[in-house]
Design a protein around this ligand. Structure first.
Ligand SMILES: Nc1ncnc2c1ncn2[C@@H]1O[C@H](COP(=O)(O)OP(=O)(O)OP(=O)(O)O)[C@@H](O)[C@H]1O
Length: 260
């Protein structure tokens, strides 16, 4: 196993200073090169789990190892892509990708590497464009190129396409799948979308909420590239038990609302 999440628990204090279980008894192993999605309703702890693997959040109990090393802080072995591309607005596309590389290598090498990954995300014609001149989907492709250029072993993606329209999303699914096949990275991908998780993943960790636990660990056996019609049955299967979790969140939010 490459990533090992063992007996993980995470608690946070809420506004009333009460300790709340956010993640409980998470035990997951992920093999090198696997594409694994974390799917679940809002607030079930998907980002918290990803942030713990990233080393951005500590655990309350349990251990996460990547390549045998216990995670205590962020590291170059793990690259992160967020819902917002978080590019430097004052740097053009090429310089945005080169920025972290320049700390690791000379300018010539950094430029070669940046160009390689910008070609991979099909942005070679936009090197001198600034972030505000790009669409949301293009910005995300720059962010993906920037993360990949650091050559991490694991790519951690937190709803990277969540803010994009359906069509752009679908194009980026195809691109990401191609890049994943080409680079053989291990990917941990947080999403709300059942369709997205089926389209992209080898495995889907479906999470329950309050506390966040892994309800099902589903292996997606549909040959790639996956067609809509082939995905429907699995979509319905996942929806059938995820609905209970979504309803749970909705009714708790309504309860909270009527008490305030
Ligand atoms: N730093 C924090 N302090 C206190 N509570 C937190 C903190 N971070 C997250 N939480 C709480 O932990 C729970 C899980 O949050 P998290 O963002 O991991 O969920 P999520 O499944 O990623 O949600 P979404 O899909 O809406 O992004 C939420 O109830 C959230 O309010």
């Amino acid at each position: 196993m490459f990533i090992n999440i063992k007996d993980l628990n995470k608690q946070f204090s809420n506004k009333e200073k009460v300790t709340v279980d956010i993640l409980k008894n998470i035990n997951v192993t992920i093999e090198k090169g696997e594409f694994v999605s974390i799917l679940g309703p809002s607030g079930c702890g998907k980002s918290t789990l990803l942030n713990i693997v990233a080393g951005l959040t500590t655990t309350t109990a349990g251990v996460v190892t990547v390549g045998g090393k216990t995670i205590t802080k962020p590291g170059k072995d793990r690259g992160m892509v967020f819902q917002q591309a978080a590019l430097f607005p004052w740097l053009n596309v090429l310089d945005n990708v080169m920025f972290p590389l320049k700390k690791e290598m000379n300018n010539k090498k950094a430029k070669e590497k940046a160009l390689h990954y910008l070609r991979m995300v099909q942005l070679s014609n936009y090197l001198s464009h600034y972030p505000h001149e790009l669409s949301g989907g293009m910005q995300q492709r720059v962010a993906i190129a920037r993360a990949l250029a650091m050559d991490p072993e694991v790519l951690l993606m937190d709803e990277p396409f969540g803010a994009l329209d359906e069509q752009t999303r679908s194009l980026l699914h195809d691109q990401l799948e191609r890049i994943w096949i080409e680079t053989k990275k291990t990917v941990l991908f947080v999403t709300h979308s059942i369709t997205e998780s089926i389209k992209l993943s080898d495995r889907i960790l479906v999470m329950a909420t309050r506390p966040g636990m892994v309800l099902e660990d589903i292996k997606v056996d549909i040959p790639r590239p996956r067609k809509k019609a082939e995905m429907v049955a699995l979509e319905e299967h996942i929806m059938s038990f995820l609905k209970t979790e979504i309803d749970k969140v909705a009714s708790e939010e309504l309860k909270y609302d009527s008490n305030n």
